[in-house]
Design a protein around this ligand. Sequence first.
Ligand SMILES: Nc1ncnc2c1ncn2[C@@H]1O[C@H](COP(=O)(O)OP(=O)(O)O)[C@@H](O)[C@H]1O
Ligand SMILES: [Mg+2]
Length: 367
Amino acid sequence: MNNHPIHLLILTGGPSTEHEVSLRSCKSITDNLDKSKYKILLAGIEKDGAWLLRNPDDYLNITEGEAFFTMKPGIREVELKKAEQKVWLIDSTSRERIESVDVVFPVLHGAYGEDGVLQGILRAVGVAFVGVDLMASAIGMDKDICKRLWRDAGIPIARYEIITPATRDNFSYAKLSARLGSTMFVKPANAGSSVGVHKVSNEAEWDNALNDAFLYDRKLLVEEAISGKEIECAVLGNEFPEASVVGEIIPTHSFYSYEAKYVDDQGANIRIPADVPDDVAHKIRMEAIKAYIAIGAEGLSRVDFFLQPDGNIIINEINTMPGFTSISMYPKMWEATGLSYMALLDKLIALGLERHSAKSKLKVVKD
Ligand SMILES: Nc1ncnc2c1ncn2[C@@H]1O[C@H](COP(=O)(O)OP(=O)(O)O)[C@@H](O)[C@H]1O
Ligand SMILES: [Mg+2]
């Protein structure tokens, strides 16, 4: 480490149903970053997409007893611009340079921040950033596309059908349950935090589930219900990803719904490491790395599985920007593996810089 602090721009919030969850993740990150190593800049992204500069030491309204925070008003609208071989955070109105930026840490979940849109903006500017790049972010966000890649890589997935507004009338509860079983899960292809996810066990629930899920995406998955434990694994790295110990989520609700995740304090219990035999844990870790590589992830991801009573492992999904609060599974699983929250942040930032430097060496013009 050289003596100059790394200029780190943190982005949080964003136009997503997970805006508030992103603020919670961001609070833990700003609390845990090693202030001696980084000069921290922070732009909170409004729900309308505007980037507003904020004071990284005082950017949240935190009300006692409230699960979610809101952002304090922004100071001024900002954007990134490359000039003289550097990337600058500039005032959008006056175009004045505020500070140079070495690396961006997008702490956003869901649409815009986790689906490749923001990664595309950062790529266009040419700045280093933490986490998964454009293509794998977009793939990881789409529960249909990543399952196709995993099927191709020989990783077991649940059976599912895709429904779009154009094909909705071709499907009914009776028709699909004959193929997928009487209990099915309806979910938007691109969403997260269980928003729009429904467990459907009869004809009456079917229409409501579809109507609600279609509020969030124009492509839905209908999956067979998988019974068993919900096991998660944290993956970290670029070319040589490593997997953490595995953890278990034990929802106290009928499934791991939005309420169980964020509203009800007692909505789920977690167990790290998961109570599974060593050989099963090892197999899940290997599958997690395989799934990560299959979608082209770099930096970090959390890979979620079902472990069936007969020992079969079925992959559920990948989260390319998993929850990052101090009680979230991703940092907790690394802590249990021997990597502290602060060291994990250092590693993620180093991985972002390393990837940028490797990509910067690639030829962009032919000799
Ligand atoms: N096929 C399935 N079988 C059983 N439970 C499921 C299935 N799909 C989703 N669930 C339940 O719904 C939760 C949320 O679904 P998930 O696909 O993980 O979406 P999200 O990206 O919103 O977390 C899961 O954690 C699990 O509890
Ligand atoms: Mg999930």
